[in-house]
Design a protein around this ligand. Structure first.
Ligand code: ATP
Ligand code: PLP
Ligand code: MG
Ligand code: NA
Ligand code: MG
Length: 297
């Protein structure tokens, strides 16, 4: 496989700030990818602010863009990346997009962040859970759930790293050959759990990366994490632990910079959600110093 690729990224757009496509496009471009964004929504700012305004794309409008590309033979992609999706009709159209792209490139890698909620709270309509579980997970190449999402998709309660590894096994059995549970909370600290099938019929290779929790709340980090995992796992196709070390090391350097910048500006980082310093962290994205090491099970 090639070191780079052409990515179709179907995610949110915000005019101000970095979530969804705004936090995924720039890092993927820095890593050498061509990125074609489809904006599933265009909002003034992310939904964590007191208010927001903007437009939502529906499934028919998404399909119209796909037809426009197809009419000009522009539907060859190496990767599809999806994040937050707000309705069943839009998610069903995304399923059609996967089939269409695979009819043109059977090798298409579908990287799916199954955004359903966080910390015990759903932030999509309940009916999306079954669509993700029954129809999306089976066709995904790589899945990046958080702890709550991995629980919803497997029906397994995740209290320990062993539970996390078992959830990965259950997800592999349904489809994706790469699974990264981007964070589970164990004793107040964060643990990333990675798992991938190197050879068919063999047990998955599994690893963890410990991440000290920073006492602040960031937005856009989940979307950035999945984009970095796509970028690095494609460059290290048989070494997901290396890809995850690179992704976590970039992200943590960016979070430290974000925290320091807010503090120097006299803001209390605990008082509101922080906008990540994405552009200022370009060197940490292009060539991260690996400070977070994977421990292989
Ligand atoms: P999803 O995108 O599905 O919500 P998620 O809940 O794991 O996934 P985030 O909570 O945004 O997404 O976390 C993504 C990554 O960002 C984590 O794996 C972790 O590396 C990093 N991260 C986020 N918040 C913090 C924090 N307060 N301290 C340290 N790392 C953090
Ligand atoms: N998309 C939109 C429109 C949002 O408002 C948010 C968070 O508020 C996100 C995506 C997701 O951000 P994160 O990557 O932190 O999960
Ligand atoms: Mg989270
Ligand atoms: Na995630
Ligand atoms: Mg998220």
């Amino acid at each position: 496989p090639s070191e780079t690729g052409r990515v179709l990224s179907i995610q949110s757009h915000t005019v101000q700030g970095y979530v969804g496509n705004k936090s995924a496009i720039f890092p993927l471009q820095l890593l050498g990818y061509d990125v074609d964004p489809i904006n599933s929504v265009q909002f003034s700012n992310h939904t964590g602010y007191p208010s927001f305004k903007g437009q939502v794309l529906n499934g028919e409008q998404l399909w119209e863009l796909i037809e426009g590309l197809e009419a000009n033979d522009l539907l060859y992609y190496t990767h599809l990346l999806t994040g937050y999706i707000g309705s069943v009709s839009f998610l069903n159209t995304v399923l059609d997009v996967v089939s269409k792209l695979r009819s043109i490139n059977p090798e298409l890698t579908y990287v799916c962040d199954p955004v359903l909620g966080d910390e015990g709270k759903l932030y999509v309509p309940q009916e999306l859970v079954t669509v993700y579980r029954d129809r999306v997970v089976p066709i995904a190449s790589m899945l990046t759930p958080n702890q709550f999402e991995a629980e919803l998709l497997t029906g397994l309660g995740i209290q320990s790293e062993e539970d996390g590894r078992e959830a990965c096994n259950l997800l592999h059995a349904v489809g994706p050959s790469k699974v990264v549970i981007t964070s589970i909370n164990v004793d107040g600290n964060l643990l990333l759990i990675g798992s991938y099938l190197k050879e068919k019929g063999h047990p998955p290779k599994q690893f963890k990366i410990a991440i000290p929790k920073i006492q602040a709340y960031f937005t856009g980090t989940g979307d950035l994490m999945t984009a970095l995992l796509l970028g690095w796992s494609n460059k290290h196709p048989d070494n997901l632990e290396k890809a995850a070390e690179l992704a976590v090391s970039s992200l943590q350097a960016l979070l430290q910079r974000t925290l320091n910048d807010y503090k120097s500006a006299g803001h209390d980082p605990k008082s509101s959600s922080l906008e990540i310093r994405l552009i200022q962290s370009q060197d940490d994205i292009r060539s991260p110093e690996i400070k977070f090491k994977a421990e292989i099970y």
